[in-house]
Design a protein around this ligand. Structure first.
Ligand SMILES: [Zn+2]
Length: 346
C-alpha cells in the first residue's frame, strides 16, 4: 500500500542526489511511497516500474535495474533477498522522513549477520555511539572483546551494533531497533534499558531531547503515540550531534598541546563542520581522522586552529594524512577484516 511521504528541503542539496539523473531521482522518491515505515520496499525492478512509472511504457526495465545498482553503490539502499524475493532498505529513510505513527513492517527484515547491513547502520549513524555520543574508536578494546555484532576494520576502528530493545526482550533486527555503539557502552549496557544504563553512568538527563534510543521500535508504537515534535527530534538529532562532537574533538586535540587555548564558540565550529558534512559531503569518520592527523603533524598543527581552517585545507590534509597512513581507507569504504561472534552481550 502506498503511503504519503514528505520531502525535506535538504534532499535537493544532497550531492549524492545531484549525481542522479532526473528519472533516478523520481524513482528514489517514488520508492519512499511504496516503502514501509522501516524504509523497506519490494525491490523487483518490474514491481517498482509498474508502480512508480505506470504510464511510461518506453522506459526500459534495464534502466530501473541500473538505477538500483547505482543507489546501492552510493549506499542509498541496501539490497537483500528473502525467500527468493528482492527487497531494498532505504538507508537514510528515517532521516528523510518523519514518521508520525510508525506501523509494524510487513516486509522481512535484513539479516543481522550480513556484514554490509551492519556497516550501513554505522554509516547511517555516522560512526557515532548512540549512548556516549562519541566516535566509536576512541577507546581501547574492552575486556571480553570480541563479542557479538562487532566489526573491526584495518584502521583499528571498532563498531558494534546495539539493539535499542534488547533481543532478549524480543527486540527486532529491523533498522529502527539497531544503533551504532562503541564496544564499551554495548558491553556495559548488556540487557539493561538505555535509561538504566545512562543513569548508572551518570549521563542520563531527565527530559533531555537527546536521550539516545528514542527511535521508536514497532513494539513500542503499539502502545505509544509519537507527537510530531518527538519524531522531528529523532530524525534531526544524529546530525546535530556529529558536528558538535567533532568541534569538541578538534578543540580538545588543540588543548592537548596548548592547555590555555581560548575556548572558541563551539557552536560556530559545529556549524562549519555541519557545512563540511552537508555541502562538502565529508563523513564524520573521515573528518575525525583528519583532525587527529593534522593535530599530530608538526607543520599543520599550528595552522589548523579553527574549524574554518580545517574546512579550507581539508582536501590537502586528507591527501597528506592518507599518504602517511597507507592502508587507512575512508571509513565509508573501509575494508573489513574480522567479524566476531563468540560472546553475545545482548
Ligand atoms: Zn559509547
Amino acid at each position: 500500500m502506498a503511503r504519503t511521504r514528505s520531502i525535506k528541503p535538504e534532499f535537493w542539496s544532497d550531492e549524492k542526489i545531484g549525481d542522479l539523473s532526473h528519472m533516478e531521482r523520481l524513482l528514489f522518491i517514488g520508492m519512499w511511497t511504496f516503502a514501509d515505515d522501516e524504509g523497506i520496499v519490494k525491490g523487483h525492478p518490474s514491481y517498482l516500474k509498474s508502480n512508480i512509472f505506470p504510464y511510461d511504457d518506453k522506459l526500459p526495465i534495464k534502466d530501473i535495474e541500473n538505477a538500483i545498482e547505482k543507489f546501492s553503490k552510493l549506499r542509498m539502499v541496501f539490497k537483500y533477498k528473502n525467500n527468493g524475493q528482492n527487497y531494498l532498505w532505504i538507508v537514510k529513510f528515517r532521516i528523510y522522513q518523519r514518521i508520525d505513527k510508525p506501523q509494524k513492517s510487513s516486509n522481512p527484515c535484513p539479516s543481522i549477520q550480513n556484514l554490509e547491513y551492519k556497516k550501513l547502520i554505522f554509516y547511517r549513524d555516522g560512526d557515532v555511539c548512540h549512548l556516549c555520543h562519541r566516535i566509536t574508536n576512541l577507546d581501547p578494546k574492552p575486556s571480553g572483546y570480541p563479542f557479538s555484532h562487532t566489526v573491526e576494520y584495518d584502521d583499528g576502528l571498532i563498531s558494534s551494533i546495539d539493539h535499542i530493545i534488547p533481543r532478549s526482550k524480543n527486540g527486532s533486527d529491523f533498522p529502527s531497533n539497531l544503533a551504532t555503539a562503541c564496544c564499551h557502552c554495548n558491553k556495559g549496557r548488556g540487557n539493561r534499558s538505555i535509561e538504566d544504563f545512562l543513569k548508572s553512568n551518570g549521563t542520563f538527563q531527565e527530559g533531555s531531547k537527546n536521550i539516545p534510543g528514542t527511535i521508536k521500535d514497532e513494539t513500542e508504537t503499539e502502545t505509544e503515540t509519537e507527537t510530531e515534535t518527538e519524531t522531528e527530534t529523532e530524525t534531526e538529532t544524529p546530525a546535530e550531534r556529529d558536528e558538535l562532537i567533532l568541534a569538541t574533538f578538534l578543540f580538545e586535540e588543540i588543548k592537548k598541546r596548548k592547555p590555555d587555548f581560548k575556548k572558541p564558540s563551539l557552536k560556530n565550529w559545529a556549524m562549519e563542520i555541519d557545512r563540511m558534512m552537508r555541502i562538502d559531503n565529508r563523513s564524520p569518520g573521515v573528518i575525525k581522522t583528519v583532525i587527529e592527523w593534522c593535530q599530530k603533524d608538526s607543520f599543520w598543527q599550528n595552522n589548523i586552529l579553527s574549524a574554518e581552517k580545517l574546512r579550507k585545507h581539508f582536501d590537502a590534509l586528507e591527501l597528506k594524512s592518507k599518504g602517511e597512513n597507507i592502508g587507512r581507507n575512508k571509513p565509508d569504504n573501509r575494508p573489513s577484516i574480522t567479524e566476531n561472534f563468540p560472546i553475545d552481550v545482548q
